[in-house]
Design a protein around this ligand. Structure first.
Ligand code: CP
Length: 304
């Protein structure tokens, strides 16, 4: 694979290699000296045209742990505000001899577009409502760490599936690894194409939770939607919000995940998000090792 543009371009063997490499880096970053010199002659630009906390900081830390040179760009503080195009912006940054570009952008397909126009390795850090491949990789890696394996596990993705790049990348990644996937949410927030992906829809939250081993809970993405799609926040919480009482009544334990940012009290209560069944902060921790693996593997293809 030349770039990481989406999980849909990967094979299950690619994911195996990424996870084995991440296992190594996870061990490295738990040592007293967390840095390795692997990418000392590689320069990486992190281009964020949309807001981010976890992904941006996790990529930057992963790059620094690998000893790469790192430059960071936020569109809101850049000459994009003066009308500069994406290609001009990136070509100007590449003129500074950049080898790898990590990009988050609001447009679907922006990573693919960039990969066709610039001479650098591209890592998609989220393209609109389409894919967020490193999030799906770190999510699967965290399930593998918690449950031993992804194959055969039952995962339900709950919430705003329609606007979620996390959902689509997770569906592709989980299916590649032999997991069973359902989605659960308001009909207005489930895309019509979902059944064509081999994913079942369960509109009843209790039934979905009774079925699953893992619940990956998503935020409702108000910023991407027209009001017509949405039940009120109160209705959403009543029908699809996860609280401890619902989990206690299941009669079994399930693993709770969330990609962040959390809207506490809307899609999940604080007691559930912070409980022993939650692996939300393990997801964040694993993000660094998984991103180190992705960057390291792509950097092997950079011509030096
Ligand atoms: N999970 C995730 O993509 O979070 P950020 O938007 O903070 O990067």
């Amino acid at each position: 694979v030349e770039h990481l543009l989406g999980i849909k371009y990967l094979k299950s063997s690619d994911i195996d290699i990424i996870f084995k490499t991440a296992d190594h880096f996870k061990e490295v970053i738990n040592r007293p000296i967390k840095k390795v010199p692997s990418l000392r002659d590689i320069t990486i630009a992190n281009l964020f045209f949309e807001n981010s906390t976890r992904t941006k900081l996790s990529f930057e830390l992963a790059e620094k742990r690998l000893s790469a040179d790192v430059i960071n760009f936020s569109a809101s503080q850049s000459s994009v505000k003066k009308g500069e195009t994406l290609i001009d912006t990136v070509n100007n940054i590449l003129a500074m001899k950049v080898d790898i570009v990590v990009m988050r952008h609001a447009s679907v397909g922006s990573g693919v577009f960039l990969s066709r126009h610039v001479d650098a390795k591209i890592i998609n850090a989220g393209d609109g409502t389409h894919e967020h491949p490193t999030q799906a990789l770190l999510d699967s890696y965290s399930i593998r760490e918690k449950l031993g394996n992804v194959k055969g596990k039952k995962i339900v993705i709950i919430g705003d599936i329609l606007h979620s790049r996390v959902a689509l990348s997770n569906i592709f990644a989980l299916q590649l690894q032999g997991a069973k996937v359902k989605v659960c949410g308001p009909t207005t927030l489930i895309p019509k194409y979902i059944s064509s992906l081999g994913v079942e829809v369960e509109n009843n939250l209790k039934k979905a939770l009774e079925w699953c081993d893992v619940a990956n809970v998503l935020r409702v993405q108000h910023e991407r939607m027209d009001i017509k799609y949405f039940p009120s926040t109160r209705e959403y919480t009543q029908l699809f919000g996860i609280n401890q009482e619902i989990l206690d009544n299941l009669g079994k334990k399930i693993v709770i995940m969330h990609p962040g940012p959390i809207n506490r009290g809307v899609e999940i209560t604080s007691d559930v998000a912070d409980s022993n069944d939650s692996i939300i902060l393990n997801q964040v921790e694993n993000g660094v090792a998984v991103r180190m693996a992705v960057i390291y593997l792509l950097a092997q293809q950079v011509k030096r």
